[in-house]
Design a protein around this ligand. Structure first.
Ligand code: PLP
Length: 365
């Protein structure tokens, strides 16, 4: 069997795969209503929120678009914090819909600095919302969302969070950290297939929604909320993915959020220690290295394309390369969702064999 170690989609437990094979049911019937309601209640526990949670049938990016078009109007000023591919993507969506975006970029591999956000908000009091990526999957950096949020709220701004790869595996108490819209995706920490974006909306988020004039139909949160009151979604949802997510959420609640968070922290440490003991260096600043994906700087001489190919074809371990300008410069190990210590060990043994074949002499122990 292949060891799929990319930062989403992530492997599915057998129970979740079985849930996917269920016959279709009426998505406007009572049974589906009960499942949808159950999923929403379970998600609230894992989002650590008492606010609303909406299920959108889309990948995570659809959720990011929904966050923008439901809270902003064309011409609104937005501060887009970015330290990688996904931060840039969030900014680009806002820009495309007519927001006036001020980018606040940080070096890739480094975390976003709360003080720089404070200075930017001081410099332009007209800024209405701040976009933040909690875990920047492209570089393996987790931003300090608690600190960023407290700066954003010091200025009373709206906080829109891309938590696609963090929620459910890295601590993110949505209410405590006053996130107004928080977006995640079913194929990351949630042990479910791709197809659903799950989005929380705060009271302040709803107030912004009532004023926001960006065009929206499919993504309209008001429609989603009024359908949810009838235990439905406005449009036909990805029914099979909802079945799967429901079972995965039961498994997650059984393990317990604190245990899930601790497991990810422990496995991430094992991954970082493992690659360092092979003589490799982390791409991310270690103080902010992610618990769900480890990015490794490609040393001189290492052909990352060859490495990934050999790992896949000969070791049956699938790793991720670098995106955009990090192509060929880094490779990444995903460790989110359904992952164990054995999985990390398998990756390390395979790397030990494969790295020399791809041009890097394994050092250390
Ligand atoms: C995976 C990911 C996305 C993109 O999600 P899709 O489901 O591919 O649309 C966006 N942001 C982050 C941080 C991600 O990890």
């Amino acid at each position: 069997m292949e060891n799929l170690r990319i930062p989403g989609p992530t492997p599915l437990p057998d129970e979740v795969r079985q849930a996917m094979s269920r016959q279709m049911i009426n998505h406007r019937g009572e049974e589906f209503g009960r499942i949808l309601e159950g999923v929403t209640v379970k998600l609230k526990q894992l989002f650590q929120t008492k606010g609303d949670i909406l299920l959108l049938t889309s990948s995570g990016t659809g959720g990011l678009e929904a966050a923008i078009v439901n809270t902003l109007s064309p011409g609104d000023k937005v501060l887009a914090v970015s330290n990688g591919v996904f931060g840039d993507r969030f900014a680009a969506i806002a820009e495309q819909f007519g927001a006036e975006v001020t980018p606040l970029r940080f070096e890739w591999g480094k975390p976003a600095e709360p003080d720089a956000v404070r200075r930017a908000l001081h410099a332009d009091p007209k800024i209405k919302a701040v976009l933040v990526t909690h875990n920047e999957t492209s570089t393996g950096v987790t931003n300090d969302l608690a600190a960023l949020s407290s700066v954003v709220k010091e200025f009373g701004k709206l906080l829109l969070v891309d938590a696609i790869s963090s929620l459910g595996s890295i601590d993110l108490p949505v209410d405590k950290w006053r996130c107004d819209v928080t977006v995640t995706g079913s194929q990351k920490a949630w042990m479910a297939p791709p197809g659903l974006a799950m989005v929380s909306v705060s009271e302040e988020g709803w107030r912004a929604q009532a004023q926001a004039k960006m065009p929206r139909v499919y993504w309209d949160f008001t429609r989603a909320r009024s359908s949810l009151e009838k235990k439905q979604t406005p449009w036909t949802p990805a029914v099979s993915v909802v079945f799967a997510l429901s079972v995965a959420l039961d498994m997650m609640l059984k393990e317990g959020l604190p245990n899930i968070l601790a497991r990810h922290a422990r496995l991430a440490r094992a991954a970082r220690d493992g690659v360092k003991s092979l003589g490799l260096s982390l791409f991310a600043q270690e103080s902010h290295a992610s618990n769900v994906v480890t990015a490794i700087a490609a040393p001189d001489g290492l052909d990352t394309k060859k490495l990934l190919k050999l790992m896949r074809e000969e070791q049956h371990v699938v790793l991720a390369g670098g995106q955009s300008r990090l192509d060929g410069k880094i490779f990444r190990i995903g460790h989110m969702g359904w992952v164990t210590g054995e999985d990390i060990k398998t990756v390390m043994s395979a790397l030990k064999v494969t790295l020399p074949q791809a041009g890097f002499k394994v050092g250390g122990s």
